[in-house]
Design a binder for this molecule. Sequence first.
Ligand code: SF4
Ligand code: SF4
Length: 238
Amino acid sequence: MKTYPQAYEPWLKALLPEVPSETLATCDQCAMVNPSGITRDPGPFLNHLKCCTYFPYLPNFSLGALTPEELNKAESRGIYLPVGLYPSMAEQDKISSFGAVGFGKRSELLCPFFDGVKNQCSIWAYRPGVCTSYFCKSTRGQQGLDFWKQVEDYLNQFEWTLACRVLETMNFNENTLSYCQAAMSEEIEPEERDFFIHEAWGEWISKKHEFYKDARKIALQITADELKIEPFAKSDRI
Ligand code: SF4
Ligand code: SF4
């Protein structure tokens, strides 16, 4: 069983271990509807929400694989930046207002990419590391849950490194990352946020979909060796 999204195979095949399947996380019949044993979150979750009451960061190179219709799903609730997609401030306020007790329980928090008709993720192959590494239960108990948290951290690091390398390769201004980070600050006024978003995008501001498609093409030309990411630490493996 792979520890990374299928779409990350070109970079992570040699860096992350495969592990036995997590048979206790029965996603089609969500195991957290009637939770028992050691679980990552307390539950119970609602079956039509599962663990997708979450707004994940998606890196630029994954966004390039989505259709304009798929990108539109997050338009009103997210902020699209050159480095990737983040939840908007209003979305973050909503997440904070529900707190941990909303996870798995509040439909307002459901991910924009969740397909309510099929009751599953609509971008499965391109879901980010945070989703791939989420297991509500592990056949290896707490040790397994700890392992998946380490995988999540590793995947976060990989996504950020490759997304930044893509910007570098596309000759984005050296201030782009600072503008992206400033645009996500909680401390600023809406006009300032608009300013930073505009500065971050530069000439791409009205061509975001084209940008993400190019970002994906560029990312696929960058090898794992060029990223200089250390393999997942051997001592962390189980
Ligand atoms: S990983 Fe998520 S969808 Fe799968 S069984 Fe656990 S809570 Fe349900
Ligand atoms: S991207 Fe997919 S797996 Fe991740 S939270 Fe959204 S719907 Fe769920």
